[in-house]
Design a protein around this ligand. Structure first.
Ligand code: F6R
Length: 239
């Protein structure tokens, strides 16, 4: 795992976009693993800008997102489907984009279907990750074990509190999400975790310097053969 510290959050976003752009230029039909939340926005804006300049083409690429809320209609403005449409997909030309279905009648079957679909597509070439204040990646929350496959998660109070800014109130934040498991993330051939701001400093320090433990799910990335951590100075302040 290599850790790179940048002066500003903008530089983190650009460096992340550079890794995604070089992947797409190396392999036209790349399978991209994408994330929502505030951390990827700078990267997405840069990818859109380069696409508009005319030299970055996603027309053979497909993407799989990490996660989605359970029970939130995809038309809802805070669904991850809606977020991805607004922040990335409407600005580039992806061949196809997929997120897990948080409204499936049988969520266990949906989880298995999503894992099989990624496998059939040849696996994820490059996976973008943010990190929760509690060290979660995707919605793999702190716990007693690392869960391999896509699964339904009960969100922790810390995550509900962090995500309430996207809703009118904390009561409206769904209590469950469906998330790629740690196996799905670790199977990606390259992983890029981005974090900005002092709120993420403890999670980053625990990930980089603490024990490898499911209590800090991101710490498993230390065993990935090709993982990058891109952070700004504030997120690096406890390293
Ligand atoms: C989002 C996701 C989450 C976020 C994390 C950080 O798809 O999987 O793990 O990356 O909660 O969120 P932000 O970037 O909003 O601080």
């Amino acid at each position: 795992m290599n850790v790179t510290v940048f002066d500003t959050p903008e530089q983190v976003g650009k460096a992340c976009a550079l890794l995604f752009a070089s992947q797409v230029m190396r392999k036209k039909n790349s399978v991209l693993g994408l994330a929502t939340g505030s951390s990827p926005i700078g990267c997405y804006q840069q990818l859109i800008a380069w696409h508009r300049e005319g030299w970055l083409d996603f027309s053979d690429c497909i993407s799989y997102n990490l996660d989605e809320y359970v029970g939130l209609p995809i038309e809802h403005e805070t669904s991850y489907h809606a977020f991805m449409q607004a922040e990335l997909f409407s600005g580039i030309n992806m061949k196809a984009t997929y997120l897990p279905d948080g409204n499936a009648a049988n969520m266990n079957a949906e989880c298995r279907r999503y894992d099989r679909a990624i496998e059939k597509a040849g696996g994820i070439d490059i996976q973008l990750l943010g990190i929760g204040r509690n060290g979660h990646i995707g919605f793999n929350e702190p716990g007693e074990k690392f869960i391999y496959g896509t699964h339904v998660v009960n969100l922790t109070e810390s995550t509900i509190d962090a995500n309430k800014r996207f809703f009118e109130s904390a009561d409206q934040v769904p209590r469950q999400a469906v998330s790629l498991g740690i196996g799905g993330i670790m199977n990606a051939r390259e992983v890029v975790l981005v974090a900005m701001g002092v709120d993420k400093a403890k999670a980053i320090a625990d990930t980089v310097k603490g024990p490898i433990t499911p209590m800090v799910q991101a710490s498993i990335l230390r065993t990935h053969p090709n993982a990058h951590i891109l952070i700004d100075k504030a997120a690096a302040s406890r390293l």
